[in-house]
Design a protein around this ligand. Sequence first.
Ligand code: C2O
Ligand code: CU
Length: 518
Amino acid sequence: MSSVLSRRAVLRGGFGLAAVGALSACGAAAVGRDGAGSATAGSAFGGSTQTPPSAAAPAAGQRVVTASLTPGPARVDLGGIAVDTWAYGATVPGKPIRAAAGDFLKVTVANRLPADTTVHWHGIRLDNAADGVPGMTQDPIAPGAMFDYGFAVPDPGTYFFHPHVGVQLDRGLYGPLIVDDPHEPGRYDDEWVVVLDDWIDGTGTTPDEVLRKLTGGSDTTGGAGPMGGAMDHGSMGMGSGGTGGAGMGGMMGAPPWGDAGDIAYPHFLINGKTPTDPVVFSGKPGQRVRIRLINAASDTIFAVSLGGHRMTVTHTDGWATEPTDTGALYVGMGERYDLLVTLGDGAFPLVAIPFGKTGQARAIVRTSPGAATPAPDVPAQQPRDILIGSRLAPAPETILPARKPDATADLVLTGSMSPYVWMMGGAVYGKNTPLTVDAGHRLRIRVVNMSMMAHPIHLHGHTFALADSGLRKDTVMLAPMETRAIDLDADNRGDWALHCHNICHAEAGMMTELRYTA
Ligand code: C2O
Ligand code: CU
């Protein structure tokens, strides 16, 4: 829908529908950007290596960790279902990148996609030039070109990386980024990185086609073929119930997220596999396992539980919380949670139920070779038993020093399914007014959700504190009609993306910028 697009939205910001253009112009050169320090993409694979002009270099004595990523077309097996997709190498998720807090990470990206791409390091408080937002922090990496990212990783925790171009994240382009704590108290025996995803690519359609159907005129509920597509929940603002049990609010313990996502995905994955061929984690009874949970889905909130176990939430978005026991928890798009579990004796399903949608993602924890594999269908939890992450309490050492905000800004979220337009600050990205902050100030942002959908709101380059509790996050779920204030200390200069991590919403305009003015 070109009326919601400005030239600027195409050029700036990454999720600004640039991929649709890139896709229809396969192999086209990168969108150029004038200005000092603007790098030029290499014209052939193996060509020039772009270095971000202002990238921080490693300090003397700083440990340097190197890695490489090769985004390109790949055929992957989701568990009896082979799909052609785009991935970092041959697997989905991409191989984890691992460093320790304080290290300098150097990642070389060789773009073998038939489209521009970038890599964003979700949740890392990094140098602005390495943030991976095309048109805001770098030129896109053209097909065949290479790009070097270099940045320090200041904070330990569970993070991930993904492109910041179009709906590329909704293909197989994502992988874990784990930053170890050199002072880790070591309260666990083993670790398991668990990445959740909703999947449609290569099942007769692509994420770009699905988005085109959502944005492409009145037929927004026509679906994307027999395997799934747009969800039929009509126009927004009326509390229409969604499908698959999202239901209407009003009852005690009613599901908190309103209308489910916009897309009825045919598959849900844990570590790249559907429940027909689940990933198995092998351990020993009594072992303490740290589960690092990452929701890389584009349009799906999951409720996660481990059959027969309680879980202790210890961190969210990398930051320690008061340890909190639960049987299940919600994980919004872009959120991460670290959990401790003490393994029982047997075989247990790790289940991720997509909120308001049909299906599930599933993996197996096995500590006893003889135990029968658990039944595939695990009933959804009672909503009242599912922990909502923003209600966690922060660990005392993570609380920002007490201080009155120097400035306050409002960020209003609105939108509709038909036409499919999602806005921040009353307009789509490129037409809305960026938020501004002076370096050194504490900024309070009042996020006001005026829509009947939930939105995971993500800020680049910073972590914020929830004003009511002090909980540190970089991605926070806003329930329908919810208002929530977040506080951030402006200690990382640059232009930073601030957007909904429902990638279709971001593409349809639900994004803005936080700019440093002084
Ligand atoms: Cu993972 Cu701009 O986001
Ligand atoms: Cu959203």
